[in-house]
Every structure is written in structure tokens, then in C-alpha cells.
Design a protein around this ligand. Structure first.
Ligand code: CP
Length: 327
């Protein structure tokens, strides 16, 4: 089975077929069961992965570090501000050198119009798999964990009404990579996807076009609305989460007048009450509590955010175990 996975880069789930994603999920489930049973899974004994972070992380860093340890290997955590990258060393040289030292390279670089290109440049030169830990466009590790979680909770995903809803936040100007990954991925599983956001917070046009193509091909649907209530009404799953206005405004300023005019885009109990009575609340985390969502919702009975976060571990292990392992 590893033959078709070993050495593959993991940068964008669109480059992975549905059958391959299903195998990634099967292996994630396998690792989850073994983890719960306390059974060792040393599939990557003595292997090293380099984890390069241009930005902060809690879930991604720790799921990868714990994951590789549980697979019998080792992670080198690399804060890129302490690397020669800060003196201008190129992604080419960095990728070639780290390839010589280990078995996988993972990187988070979310700088707008830089991050994905940086990963692609490393992938061009690396002789080991390059794994995205989130870039300006995609967050495939999060997308895989989200899909695993939804499958666990819902089962057959066809005709599941899932709403990806922009939410107000001022913690930082968040990348668009989570909603982009979700809006491309969910229609491939036959889900009825609603994307809701206030004017000014568009996702790139090519993303919407590709998501529509995915919906057509796999039997899902995609609806876009600028009406928040419409997105909550009768939804089976809601994912209210902030993203920045990067497509229309590349400024790194976090709070501006456009953002402040949409303070009411918050996930509240009132909004949850117009959704399906068994609606599930998801968020990739970290959440801007009080702004994106009321505490009573994220801490309430509909919330599955901790199961979603836990699955980052099991899916990270599956990605590493299937793509690493050979020189
Ligand atoms: N969801 C997510 O990627 O979390 P971190 O930023 O903490 O890694």
C-alpha cells in the first residue's frame, strides 16, 4: 500500500484522489484505535522529520511532534527565525540540506502570496516528502482531521448540510487556508456546502470555480450567501470561523473599519437555535472566544471541537507513516 504514497508531497488535498484520501482516513482510524489501546506503532523507527514554523502553533506542532514520537521517530522543531533563512538562505538550499539529514520536511508558512510558493519551491528540490503545516492557501492536515471527525459523527456524508461561515475576530488576521481547504474538500464527499461571508471577505474566484467543479463531479452542492442566518438555518454542521480579507486587501493590519462593521457575525445560541436540532459546531481552533463564538456554544453540547483537535494527531500520523519511510 505504501508504494503509491511513499515520497509523496502533502501540500494540497486537491492533488490527492478521493480513493487516496479514503486510505489516509483508514490509516488514521487504525492509528486512533492503536493509540486508545496503548499499542505501539513504530512504523518510522529512527526516522527524522524537520518541522519548520514561520508562525505560531499549538495543535499542528504538537500533533506532529507527538505523532512522530509515537511512530518511533524524532522531530526537530525549527523556529525559522533562528535558521539561516532569516539571513536569506533559500528554500532550495534549505530543502536539499534537510533532505540529506532526515526523512521528511514539514513547514508552516502562511505569508500571503508567499507561503504556498515557498512549499512548492522546497518540494521541487527535496528528496523527501514535503508536508504543509498550513500555507496562505491550504491547510491539508486540518482538512483531513475535519473530514475524519465529520465521518465519525455523521457516517454517510451525502446530503449533509454543512455551512462554512465567516465570523468576527480580532486576535490576528487569519489566513484563508482553512475555509479554502474545506470548500474544496467537502463537495467531493457529496455534502451540501453553504459558504457565507460578508462582502469584502471573498475567497479567490478560482477556489469557488474548482469547488463548483468538485460538487458537479461528486454529487455535492455549493451555495454562496452573504446572509448569515441563511447559512445557519437547518444546517447539520456549522463551522463559523474568521478569515482575513486577504483577497481584497493585502494589508497585515488586523482591525479595520470593514472588520468592525461585521461584529454581529458571531456564532450565538440564537443562531444555533435556527439550525438542525442536532447541529454540530466545529472550529479548527484557536477560537477568538467572545468574538467568533459565545462560550456557551463552544463549551456546549453541540460542540465537537476537542474531538476535531484530537484527530489532528491521528491524521498527522497517517500522513507521516504513509509518505515517509524510504530513502
Ligand atoms: N488548527 C491549527 O492549525 O491550530 P494551530 O495553529 O495551533 O496549529
Amino acid at each position: 500500500m505504501q508504494g503509491i504514497f511513499r515520497g509523496r508531497h502533502f501540500i494540497d488535498l486537491e492533488e490527492w484522489t478521493k480513493e487516496e484520501i479514503d486510505i489516509l482516513l483508514d490509516v488514521s482510524n487504525y492509528f486512533k484505535k492503536k493509540f486508545k489501546l496503548g499499542v505501539a506503532t513504530p512504523y518510522l523507527s529512527y526516522q527524522t522529520i524537520f518541522l519548520m514554523f514561520f508562525e505560531q502553533s499549538t495543535r499542528t506542532r504538537n500533533s506532529m511532534e507527538a505523532g512522530i514520537a509515537q511512530l518511533g521517530g524524532h522531530a526537530n522543531y525549527l523556529d525559522t527565525s533562528t535558521m539561516q533563512i532569516s539571513h536569506g538562505e533559500t528554500p532550495k538550499d534549505t530543502a536539499i540540506i534537510l533532505s540529506r539529514f532526515g526523512h521528511g520536511i514539514a513547514c508552516r508558512n502562511c505569508f500571503w502570496e508567499v507561503g504556498n510558493k515557498y512549499l512548492r519551491e522546497m518540494a521541487k528540490w527535496s528528496t523527501v516528502p514535503i508536508m504543509s503545516l498550513q500555507c496562505d492557501l491550504y491547510h491539508p492536515m486540518q482538512g483531513l482531521a475535519d473530514l475524519m471527525t465529520i465521518k465519525e459523527k455523521v457516517g454517510d456524508l451525502k446530503r449533509t448540510k454543512i455551512s462554512i461561515i465567516w465570523a468576527y475576530a480580532k486576535s490576528h488576521k487569519k489566513p484563508i487556508s482553512v475555509p479554502v481547504t474545506q470548500v474544496l474538500l467537502f463537495p467531493r464527499y457529496g455534502m451540501d456546502v453553504t459558504l457565507a461571508y460578508p462582502k469584502g471577505y471573498d475567497l479567490p474566484e478560482w477556489v469557488i470555480n474548482d469547488a463548483k467543479k468538485n460538487a458537479l463531479k461528486y454529487g455535492g452542492t455549493l451555495k454562496i450567501t452573504h446572509n448569515m442566518e441563511e447559512a445557519y438555518r437547518d444546517a447539520d454542521i456549522v463551522i463559523p470561523k474568521n478569515w482575513g480579507s486577504w483577497v481584497n486587501n493585502q494589508s497585515t493590519e488586523v482591525v479595520d473599519s470593514l472588520l468592525e462593521s461585521y461584529k454581529d457575525w458571531k456564532c450565538t445560541e440564537k443562531m444555533m437555535s435556527i439550525a438542525n436540532k442536532d447541529v454540530l459546531y466545529m472550529h479548527a481552533l484557536p477560537a477568538d472566544r467572545g468574538n467568533e463564538v459565545e462560550d456557551s456554544v463552544i463549551d456546549g453540547s453541540h460542540s465537537i471541537v476537542y474531538d476535531e483537535a484530537e484527530n489532528r494527531l491521528h491524521t498527522a500520523k497517517a500522513v507521516m507513516a504513509l509518505t515517509m519511510g524510504g530513502k
